[in-house]
Design a protein around this ligand. Structure first.
Ligand SMILES: [Ca+2]
Ligand SMILES: [Ca+2]
Length: 196
């Protein structure tokens, strides 16, 4: 049956391990930000990365795509997104297409205390608290496609974000589509007989 429920009722699975996420997801595209050779600040605005746009709301002025791989809060020694900000600051990803899979490598999230949460499809998701600045991962698989996902500071937070992996789940053909294909197939058989 076609789902008629809203996104608030989406079944979402959260992952903290990229390998598990990539096993559950399929057809992923990954944005590494490594094509950025100069910084792209978006503290009070947005930056169009390609398939998605990054924006920031709040008062922290240092939010940017940093081209400096060894810079503040780098995840893996390459260009990355540097955030997040003061309490209530938000970094939002808005995708050009509705997606079912979203995952991102992280650095220095939730060091010492809970500093940020993820808002997705009307629900808030928490992430582990670490004793120091370490690399981590968060990913989501949703049965209902979404375009927007936000990282929201609940305390002052400096963190890095990199390797944004996203994708659309294959859609099973609904019953109506199967009937249409069957009809088209029958039509094709008739045509072949007429031209034989
Ligand atoms: Ca990168
Ligand atoms: Ca941090």
């Amino acid at each position: 049956m076609l789902a008629t429920t809203g996104v608030a009722n989406a079944a979402v699975t959260q992952y903290s391990n990229r390998t598990s996420f990539e096993t559950a997801a399929s057809s992923l595209t990954t944005e590494t930000f490594n094509s950025y050779t100069t910084d792209a600040a978006f503290s009070s605005g947005s930056v169009d990365v390609g398939d998605f746009t990054l924006s920031h709301s709040g008062t922290y002025g240092g939010v940017k795509i940093s081209s400096n791989g060894s810079g503040f809060m780098n995840v893996d020694g390459t260009a990355h997104v540097q955030g997040l900000g003061f309490t209530n600051d938000v970094i939002t990803f808005v995708f050009d297409m509705a997606i079912n899979y979203f995952g991102v490598d992280l650095f220095a999230v939730n060091d010492g205390i809970e500093r940020e949460v993820v808002d997705l499809a009307g629900s808030t998701y928490t992430m582990p608290v670490f004793s120091s600045n370490v690399r981590s991962f968060v990913g989501f698989v949703s049965d209902t496609a979404f375009t927007t996902i936000s990282f929201r500071a609940v305390a002052g937070e400096s963190a890095g974000y990199d390797n944004v992996s996203y994708g659309v789940s294959p859609v099973p053909l609904p019953a109506g589509g199967m009937l249409l294909l069957t009809a088209l197939g029958a039509f094709g058989i008739v045509r072949r007989r007429k031209t034989a």
